[in-house]
Write a protein that binds this ligand. Structure first.
Ligand SMILES: [Zn+2]
Length: 313
């Protein structure tokens, strides 16, 4: 009888240890209502378009800091802040870690820019550029994915970052990429999120990846969610790979560092316009994309999948 009990305990423990993440589990965890709340908060008029000088960025940053604290995401730097100066104005990225950090293990960075272009008083009808799609959506994705990932333990170091000063020439991400390099943090790969609020023309619950042929990341992700990561010809045509925060990590760390997005030039008319507002976005599809991304990343971590450059951008 005792032996039998022990047998069941062993079975129970081993089944816990090997239980892999399911899509259903992630979809139940990442709630549509919360995704909507985060998006609408970051894109509200109160945040004044999240430009550093407007003070709206600081307000958005304290929202992120509170979210991290409430959901067990630890500060990677004191108070999460990685400070930088752009044209005499101080700003900061926010960097959190999930679980402990051990530089012997591979490190994966998940990020999105939190800043936007702020206020333009000359625009009399609507002076606040809320930047809902660009990039309250990507920021929301990073927060929700981090919250899910923080419920589990990983064999990798997982860092999450919200970048400042993307709209000032990708300055925030460049600063963090350089700092991590100086501190000897070796990144395995980086995943960046940009503009997820309009449904990709090819279909629901899909994204495209910039620098599609640069690494095997699309293929590795699609192994867990077939057709999820698409190739967008315009992304290559307009060289989007070099136009977002992923690029600094590629350049400075020589690793796969790419952006997932749903903005395909046909599905949203308000890019960098005052009308880029949360009401115009498809939050249902966005929530699906966020859940699928969290699921794919969790499975890649569980299977300790490596991502490799193929060097044919
Ligand atoms: Zn952007």
């Amino acid at each position: 009888m005792k032996a039998l009990k022990l047998f069941f305990v062993v079975i129970l423990l081993s089944s816990c240890a090997t239980k892999t993440t399911t899509l259903d589990e992630v979809q139940k965890f990442i709630q549509l209502e919360e995704t909507r709340d985060i998006l609408f908060t970051l894109a509200s008029d109160e945040m004044k378009g999240r430009e550093t000088a407007s003070g709206g960025y600081q307000l958005a940053a304290s929202f992120v800091t509170n979210f991290f604290e409430e959901n067990g995401i630890e500060p990677f730097y004191p108070a999460y802040k990685d400070s930088l100066q752009t044209k005499e104005i101080w700003s900061y990225n926010l960097v959190g870690r999930i679980g402990s950090f051990d530089n012997e293990k591979p490190t994966i960075l998940i990020g999105a820019h939190l800043d936007h272009i702020g206020i333009n008083e000359e625009n009399l009808e609507d002076s606040i550029f809320n930047g809902a799609n660009d990039n309250a959506t990507g920021s929301t994705a990073v927060l929700q994915i981090a919250k899910f990932l923080a419920t589990k333990e990983w064999n990798q170091n997982v860092l999450v970052s919200l970048f400042a000063d993307e709209e000032k020439g990708l300055r925030g991400a460049a600063h963090l990429a350089e700092r991590l390099k100086e501190e000897g943090v070796s990144l395995a790969y980086m995943v960046n999120f940009e503009m997820l609020g309009a449904t990709l023309t090819t279909g629901e619950n899909q994204v495209y990846m910039t620098g599609y042929n640069l690494s095997d990341m699309p293929e590795k992700m699609n192994a867990y969610a077939p057709e999820f990561v698409q190739f967008l010809p315009e992304a290559k045509q307009y060289n989007l790979f070099r136009r977002s925060d992923n690029y600094s990590f590629y350049k400075i760390h020589n690793i796969p560092a790419q952006t997932l997005s749903t903005f395909d030039f046909k599905n949203y008319d308000f890019y960098h316009k005052a009308g880029d507002e949360a009401e115009k976005l498809d939050v249902g599809n966005m929530n699906k994309v966020i859940s699928t991304s969290a699921y794919v990343l969790a499975r890649m971590f569980e299977d300790q999948v490596s991502v490799n450059l193929t060097n044919e951008e």
